[in-house]
Design a protein around this ligand. Structure first.
Ligand SMILES: Cc1cc2nc3c(=O)[nH]c(=O)nc-3n(C[C@H](O)[C@H](O)[C@H](O)COP(=O)(O)O)c2cc1C
Length: 248
């Protein structure tokens, strides 16, 4: 099984998203999968220009000369693509959205109805990879992922595919917390991520038990909100110390 993860965090290698994907892929790789995490923030990916030349003049190829040709090759030769993103304004980051827009050459322009009578584009390739989603967000509560979940379900449908696994961590900034008391909880969360990778390769899905553990925040929401507000107060106090004139 070839699994390629596309990480859309602007924080790249130091992102919470990166930690989540790395641990998941570690489990998958130890179970025999071929894995790769691509940090899209390190790639040159311009905006889709909406010219439709990838459908008319150069069928299947984008006319913008940047990293997309190589990245689309990785998409189409994978069994599973992991769309990985921190939650930005209830959705994907601009980096990941740019990448998703640039996936247009993978489809044929013609329309057809799917098995539910909904319109989509015709396939250009015989086989499309399955989709997995990994995300974390800054606020507490799984409800924040509502629009993201729906977006990827619709996106996968358009790509003649389906979402086969999802990992959503709210209160995600805790993953890198330096607080000693949290270290064992963070380590346990990471072990569960690797366990999910093992299960995914062995069974094609993450078990319900592991999924539930991965959707559970590391600390209760009440505590997280209190600590987050203290953090922002400390940071703002530092700013007042360094430039008191501006904060009169
Ligand atoms: C521009 C921007 C928009 C954000 N929007 C949301 C949001 O809608 N909901 C939320 O819970 N967190 C939001 N966040 C917080 C991030 O999701 C959070 O910091 C996350 O842990 C970053 O993950 P990363 O390290 O993988 O980039 C936002 C952050 C930024 C910078």
């Amino acid at each position: 099984m070839k699994i390629t993860a596309f990480n859309g965090s602007p924080r790249g290698r130091s992102s919470n998203t990166g930690i989540m994907v790395s641990k998941f892929l570690q489990g998958a790789e130890n179970t025999g999968a071929e894995t790769e995490q691509i940090f899209l923030s390190e790639k040159k990916i311009g905006n889709c220009m909406g010219c439709f030349k990838c459908w008319i003049s150069t069928p299947g190829k984008c006319v913008i000369r940047d990293d997309i040709t190589n990245l689309l090759e990785k998409v189409i030769t994978s069994d599973v693509i992991v769309m990985a993103t921190p939650l930005y304004v209830d959705g994907v980051t601009g980096i990941l959205k740019n990448f998703m827009d640039r996936m247009l050459p993978l489809m044929d322009p013609h329309f057809e109805k799917d098995e539910n009578g909904e319109c989509r584009h015709v396939k250009r390739y015989e086989k499309y990879p399955k989709v997995m989603v990994v995300s974390n967000c800054g606020m507490p509560g799984q409800e924040h992922f509502q629009t993201l979940k729906l977006h990827f379900r619709r996106m996968a449908r358009n790509f003649h595919s389906e979402v086969v696994a999802e990992i959503y961590l709210d209160s995600g900034e805790m993953l890198k917390s330096p607080v000693l008391l949290l270290k064992p909880l963070i380590a346990e969360y990471k072990r569960n991520l690797s366990r999910a990778g093992v299960q995914f390769v062995n069974d094609g899905a993450i078990s319900r038990k592991t999924s539930e553990k991965l959707a559970k925040p590391l600390i209760p929401a009440r505590m997280y909100i209190r600590e987050a507000n203290k953090y922002w107060d400390r940071e703002l106090a530092k700013l007042k110390e360094t430039s008191p004139e501006e904060h009169k």
